[in-house]
Design a protein around this ligand. Structure first.
Ligand code: ATP
Length: 352
């Protein structure tokens, strides 16, 4: 760890553009050294939060604190922040090493020192061999590595990553996100990652904030967000779900013949005429049964797991299981569908 990790606090942030509220009384705290991912659909306000924290936007109300110090009105360059954007924003006329050394040059570091530091950082991001190359001579993934090294060169207190991987190929993206996580953990830099890729958020972050319409719907560990989503939106945004008709009695529902408590009980749900339980494909299981209500209609091999699709009481249900188990089922076979859940998230029935 290069220095004490900075805590970040956004409190009561409002931001409107042209009379339209984009951030609505938003609170967000990052612990020192943590990597927090903001995940949400396009336009929900993720980038605006990052820009408010960086000082690229001034909030209409609210406070931005870094290490306890009010920085709401502090200019961008005095906040000690490193930023990596989606598009490769390297200086095209500078070599990789010059790009990385740039921030240190502005800060007045001597040429010898800054070149040494830049080379060291290029080694860290795996580009030691490419220090003399210009951006146009580097692949997209390599350019983003240079951008990361450049952002880290000034030893920022806070690192902001705005969809840094979304322009890259799937394979490069997976590799680079692991690298980012490794380097971030090593440096202990408090980091905010903005992404619309749920897998990216769940795999690299300490905590994930799922956003909708300028608000954080749920903030928690990747496990909490995936396994215990608090709202149907969060559940469906972070993974696959089956919507299965559910019959309510009090605060309990019967789903696939199993009775269990509802994990959300908003008044509008209790007033809804029809309810659906939201169950992930891996929380369903199949039993071969000649009188079963379900019929296997397709099987999709996904590598170690297989998705078995079952037509059941008018719905198509996806059941994920280890591929060696799925090998025991055949198309058109009759099956019973069970759920392993002991409580379940419900939503009002959605019109077909
Ligand atoms: P994306 O994933 O598409 O980048 P996002 O969640 O990051 O989306 P923001 O970029 O924060 O969303 O934008 C939120 C809303 O605010 C959008 O409707 C956007 O059009 C609007 N907005 C953002 N910046 C400005 C601006 N400078 N002027 C006017 N409207 C803006």
């Amino acid at each position: 760890m290069t220095r004490d990790s900075a805590e970040v606090s956004l409190a009561g942030i409002n931001k409107a553009f042209g009379g339209r509220m984009v951030l609505d009384n938003l609170d967000l705290d990052l612990a020192g050294g943590e990597l927090l991912a903001l995940l949400g659909p396009s336009g929900c306000g993720k980038t605006t939060i990052l820009r408010v924290l960086a000082g690229l936007e001034t909030p209409d109300a609210g406070t931005v604190r870094i290490s306890g110090k009010d920085m709401t009105r502090t200019p961008v360059r005095e906040r000690g922040i490193g930023i990596v954007f989606q598009a490769y924003s390297l200086f095209p006329h500078m070599s990789a090493v010059e790009n990385v050394a740039y921030g240190l040059k502005v800060a007045g570091t001597s040429p010898g020192k800054r070149t040494a530091r830049a080379k060291e950082l290029l080694e860290t991001v795996g580009l030691g061999e490419h220090a003399a190359k210009f951006p146009a001579q580097l692949s997209g993934g390599q350019q983003q590595r240079v951008a990361l090294a450049r952002a880290l060169a000034i030893e920022p207190r806070v690192l902001l990553l705005d969809e840094p991987l979304s322009a890259l190929d799937a394979q490069v993206r997976v590799h680079l996100r692991e690298e980012i996580r490794r380097i971030q953990t090593q440096s202990g830099t408090t980091t905010l990652l903005v992404t619309h890729d749920q897998e990216e958020a769940l795999t690299v972050a300490d905590r994930v904030g799922v956003m909708l319409n300028g608000r954080i719907e749920q903030l928690g560990s990747p496990q909490e967000i995936y396994q215990r989503p608090r709202t149907p939106f969060v559940s469906e945004f972070v993974g696959a779900v089956n919507r299965i008709p559910a019959l309510r009695a009090g605060n309990e529902v019967t789903v696939l013949g199993h009775r269990m408590p509802m994990s959300n009980t908003a008044p509008e749900l209790l007033a809804a005429t029809g309810l659906e339980a939201l169950v992930r494909p891996e929380d369903l299981s199949l039993l071969a049964q000649s009188r079963g209500e379900g019929i296997v209609s397709s099987m999709v091999l996904r590598g170690p797991t297989t998705s078995v699709v079952v037509e059941h009481a008018g719905s198509s249900l996806r059941v994920d299981m280890p591929s060696h188990e799925a090998a025991g089922f055949t198309l058109a076979q009759r099956v019973e569908v069970h759920t392993r859940r002991s409580s379940v998230l419900v939503d009002a029935e959605r019109a077909a």
